[in-house]
Design a binder for this molecule. Structure first.
Ligand SMILES: Cc1ncc(COP(=O)(O)O)c(C=O)c1O
Length: 389
């Protein structure tokens, strides 16, 4: 049994979440890394490698693809061949290479805001024409859904080459259903649009929901899909910046291979060692982590139901990044950041999540000790009562 409640000092560890944006704050709940120890098996694997006293150029990296494919079969029932898996560095660096491989400057790329900010900015800042198929917000229900009619229109535009989805959604916490995934895939496939699915948060779902990979709704050989993922988030090693790219269609894989060689995309062997240890030995850690996060999530949902502080919580389905609507506080994101800071709370500002329609939203990272979650919500209430009510 892993004790996720065991305190772990993160201050003065050169950690962006605690020593950068969260410096001095009692409740740093912004950047998406977890406040939990990595699994012991990963710590030991890293240690063993470091004890070789040289971190050298690797000669064989195929072990990573093999471990990843096995893990995906076990956890999600996906049939992926090891050769369809390519290791890469940081997801967003790989994303840039994927853009290079499958689109040219001036081509259209569809994104669905609110979305992890760099998906939006990397697309836009690299000369692609960004089509925002914004998710539809039902404020009353606290839910987000896909605007399929608009997606279909956009996909038909001959300039559009790619749809990028965040699955599950960061920050909307949507765990898209099989029907939704199928419909997105079918629309894109019919219009020769590649689907890039960022599945980095696939290991955290609530209330018995299961991850639906884009690879589970398409035909393995002919498919138009690219999956980008990493075990960094769920195993507490995001700093190793190790990603996996899965492309089953050989033609697309070869195109990616050329772009990745041209970008001199390479990986740190230590990252592959850590991820492989995770894929091979740490499913148990994930299952226990899920239970722990479910407890945090249940507490938070219940707390917002009982405490009317004029903040709407999006119904969390997946991921540990919860989306809060502060619009009734009538403040922009900078003002909210400053005010919450006075109460020792750091959340990620909504305006980082693509487009200009996320003012008044903030994202809360709940992958921390239960005690921290309870404390942060108490402070939030105090803030509301003293400054807003
Ligand atoms: C959806 C999503 N994709 C990608 C990343 C970033 O990955 P990397 O640090 O490997 O670029 C994050 C980090 O928070 C994320 O939430």
């Amino acid at each position: 049994m892993i004790d996720f409640d065991l305190p772990l000092n993160r201050r003065n560890t050169n950690t962006w979440k605690w020593d950068g944006e969260g410096k001095g704050a009692q409740f740093p709940m912004g950047t998406a890394d977890m406040d939990f120890r990595m699994p012991e098996e990963i710590r030991a694997a890293i240690h063993e490698k470091v004890d070789q006293c040289i971190l050298s150029y690797a000669c064989d990296k195929s072990y990573f693809g093999k471990a990843f494919a096995k893990y995906q079969k076990k956890r999600y029932g996906l049939d992926i061949k090891p050769e369809e898996v390519m290791p890469g560095t940081a997801l967003m660096a790989v994303f840039k290479v994927i853009l290079e491989a499958f689109t040219a400057a001036g081509d259209g790329v569809i994104v669905q805001t609110p979305v992890f900010g760099p998906i939006y900015t990397v697309t836009k800042n690299n000369g692609r024409m960004l089509f925002d198929n914004a998710l539809l917000y039902n404020r009353e229900e606290g839910t987000w859904s896909i605007n399929f009619e608009e997606l279909e229109e956009m996909a038909k535009n001959p300039r559009v080459r790619m749809l990028v989805i965040c699955n599950p959604g960061n920050p909307c916490t949507r765990g898209f259903t099989k029907e939704e995934m199928q419909r997105m895939y079918d629309i894109c496939n019919a219009n020769d649009v590649i689907v890039l699915s960022d599945e980095i948060h696939s290991d955290v779902y609530y209330d018995g929901r299961k991850h639906v990979s884009i690879l589970s709704v398409c035909d393995a050989e002919k498919n138009n899909c690219v999956v980008l993922t990493s075990s960094g988030k769920v195993f507490g090693v995001p700093g190793l910046k190790t990603a996996a790219v899965v492309i089953q269609n050989k033609k697309l894989r070869d195109r990616y291979g050329i772009a990745s060689t041209n970008a001199r995309m390479d990986v740190v062997d230590l990252g592959l060692v850590a991820s492989t240890a995770g894929y091979e030995h740490c499913e148990g850690y994930i299952l226990e982590l899920q239970q722990y996060l479910q407890k945090n999530k249940d507490y938070i949902v219940d707390w917002f139901a009982k405490n009317d502080i004029k903040v709407k919580l999006t119904k969390p389905e997946a991921s540990y990044l919860f989306w809060l609507d502060f619009q009734d506080w009538k403040m922009n994101c900078q003002e909210l950041t400053d005010l919450l800071g006075e109460y020792g709370i750091v959340f990620s500002a909504g305006d980082e999540f693509g487009g200009d329609h996320n003012e008044g939203f903030m994202r809360m990272n709940i992958a921390t000790r239960y005690e921290q979650v309870v404390g942060a919500l108490e402070q939030l209430k105090k803030c509301y009562e003293e400054k807003i009510k």
